[in-house]
Write a protein that binds this ligand. Structure first.
Ligand SMILES: NCc1[nH]cc(CCC(=O)O)c1CC(=O)O
Length: 309
């Protein structure tokens, strides 16, 4: 009898692609282990007609999955790390980070177009406040419209002519074999990605050493260091999905550098700062960067967006 692990997954094409990839990685390294996918529907999957920022609440795609883990109906779950809140519930941990995909955003438009060369007044679809704010700063002439749904839906709306361009994460497109739709990989200096973008986070019960042992070979140290800094940054800002926050850490040898920003959704005010230091101090670097941004005006922006002083 093979040893069985149950992997809780959402049913979206991206979630299934990511979960299947992890299943294959585990089974390739552990010939005696079989991974079974357990499908779970989350609140974020059900509410598709309202902009995500208005639905509110952190971790719209994560809660039901975590409940399945806590009830023991599944042993692990694979998340797009950027959808995972900074705080993990008692008894669970998001602690295994496979090697990160490209963290940047992609422009999908007619071939040859870039953010710079989009015609004046072009219609751009995105529901991410982070993307909106940075886009408005760079190209105030563009018309930005809300766009939700899974990747296929968004690409279809573009193809039907509802938009001249849309913005998506490079990583999701690559994982679905849709990289040929990318017309420009946007520099992080222009569109700073979301914290954790392009990375997977694997969640398990803290008291399950066997699952942790099985997952250990999938972990990538450099990715873990970068996301530690980014998630410490996010935790300090108490970032929910209603606030345009960006953060990206990079590792060069044992030096970590990180860039972060907080913006208001109109893109009128944007506070952007850099930090660097030894990789061993990743969490402190992320926290200090958040504090610096809060001091430099980020606190007022967050207070306004959250609607309290
Ligand atoms: N919020 C949706 C979401 N969550 C993760 C990805 C892409 C993959 C990733 O960033 O790891 C996407 C789609 C997108 O932003 O284009």
């Amino acid at each position: 009898m093979p040893e069985r692990l149950r992997l809780a997954t959402r049913k979206s094409a991206l979630a299934l692609a990511q979960s299947t990839w992890v299943k294959e990685q585990i089974e390739a390294r552990w010939p005696g282990v079989e991974v079974e996918l357990v499908r779970v529907v989350t609140k974020g999957d059900k509410i598709l007609d309202v902009p995500l920022a208005k639905v509110g609440g952190k971790g719209l795609f994560v809660k039901e999955i975590e409940e399945a883990l806590l009830r023991g109906e599944a042993d692990l779950a694979v998340h797009s790390l950027k959808d995972v809140p900074a705080e993990t519930p008692e008894g669970l941990e998001v602690s295994v980070f496979p090697r990160r995909e490209d963290p940047r955003d992609a422009l999908v438009a007619r071939p040859g177009l870039t953010l710079e060369t989009l015609p004046e007044g072009a219609r751009v679809g995105t529901s991410s406040l982070r993307r909106m704010a940075q886009l408005r700063l760079r190209r105030p002439d563009l018309e930005i419209h809300s766009l939700r749904g899974n990747l296929d839906t968004r690409l279809r709306k573009l193809d039907e002519g509802a938009f001249d361009a849309i913005l998506l994460a490079v990583a999701g497109l690559r994982r679905l074999g849709l990289a040929d739709r990318i017309t420009e990989v946007v520099d992080a200096g222009v569109l700073l990605p979301a914290v954790g973008q392009g990375a997977l986070g694997i969640e398990l019960r803290s008291n399950d050493p066997r699952t942790r042992e099985i997952l250990a070979p999938l972990a990538d140290t450099a990715t873990a260091t970068c996301v530690r800094a980014e998630r410490a940054f996010l935790a300090r800002l108490e970032g929910g999905c209603q606030v345009p926050i960006g953060g990206l850490a990079r590792l060069d040898g044992d030096r970590l550098s990180m860039e972060g920003l907080v913006a208001d959704e109109a893109g009128r005010r944007i506070v952007r700062r850099n930090a660097e230091g030894p990789a061993a101090d990743a969490a402190r670097i992320g926290r200090d960067l958040a504090d610096e941004i809060l001091e430099a005006g980020g606190r007022e922006i967050l207070a306004e967006v959250y609607g309290h002083a």
